[in-house]
Design a protein. Structure first.
Length: 275
């Protein structure tokens, strides 16, 4: 097994990552990472090591999910032929400068195996497509192209039952893994948060009451806020990254106040990122 690549379920049709089943031997660094990248060109070696690292993160999330139970909408996963403890961590490009940060998964996201794929996610993807390519599109195949330009993720990589937000205990349980994704694996530094719950996830990274106070401002959907994210890697080494939060309302059809306004609010944000 030492010289074999552990397969992943990286589906190039939807640009999302889920981890393939792995034995403890095949996932161990001493068995995989060094030998798999030996005698390869430096860029290929780096790419393989990064892929191994993100697969390891996904495997660790699943291990934590299986350690003790928490609310998961199991019937939805069963209908999607997906193991309920299998995390759907992100979709898109880890080298992109912009991340969209939502609350958690919905039914469409589980079936598609990627975040922000339902009605709300479609508005986001249409907005990014318009900003990047300077034209509109509603075709699913064309909208997949936006994943080359952004990262899509959530506060928790699972779907809660009944579309109710996860309690703080569940969010904090998976927080260290989301921190690693954003600080260590993702290379960008601008985050558009979608809705109240997504924005409040960042409260621990600002000064006391800073994020809460910012979100209460009338200009919160046009202003920005810098916070410092912190993460600890597998060797227990600390990492930090300063990111800029760019809040927007959640683009759900149920959000009567902002749903119709969301496309133009998004373009105002994206116009400064994709000029």
């Amino acid at each position: 097994m030492a010289n074999e690549e552990q397969p992943s379920l990286f589906d190039r049709s939807n640009l999302s990552w889920t981890a393939a089943p792995a034995t403890s031997a095949s996932m161990s660094p001493e068995n995989r990472a060094p030998s798999a990248t030996r005698a390869l060109p430096p860029e290929t070696s780096i790419r393989l090591r990064r892929r191994y690292a993100i697969e390891q993160l996904i495997a660790q999330i699943q291990s934590e999910a299986e350690r003790t139970s928490f609310p998961i909408d199991e019937p939805v996963y069963q209908a999607a032929n997906l193991k309920p403890t299998q995390p759907i961590l992100y979709a898109g490009n880890l080298a992109s400068q912009l991340c969209f940060f939502g609350r958690d998964l919905g039914i469409d996201e589980v079936h598609a195996r990627q975040p922000l794929y339902g009605a709300a996610g479609r508005l986001v993807r249409q907005g990014v497509y318009r900003a990047v390519y300077h034209q509109k599109s509603s075709q699913n195949e064309e909208l997949l192209a936006v994943c080359d330009h952004v990262l899509l993720t959530n506060t928790v990589p699972y779907k809660p039952p009944g579309n109710k937000a996860y309690l703080a205990g569940v969010k904090n349980r998976f927080r260290p893994f989301i921190e690693r994704l954003l600080v260590i694996h993702w290379q960008g530094n601008q985050i558009i948060t979608l809705g109240t719950e997504a924005c409040k996830w960042f409260i621990p990274y600002g000064a006391k009451r800073e994020v809460t106070g910012f979100f209460q401002r009338d200009d919160r959907y046009t202003a920005s806020l810098q916070v410092t994210l912190k993460a600890v890697d597998n060797l227990r080494q600390p990492h930090e990254k300063q990111v800029t939060l760019l809040p927007l309302p959640h683009p759900s059809p149920l959000n009567e106040k902002y749903y119709a306004k969301f496309p133009e609010m998004l373009q105002q944000r994206l116009g400064k990122i994709f000029p």
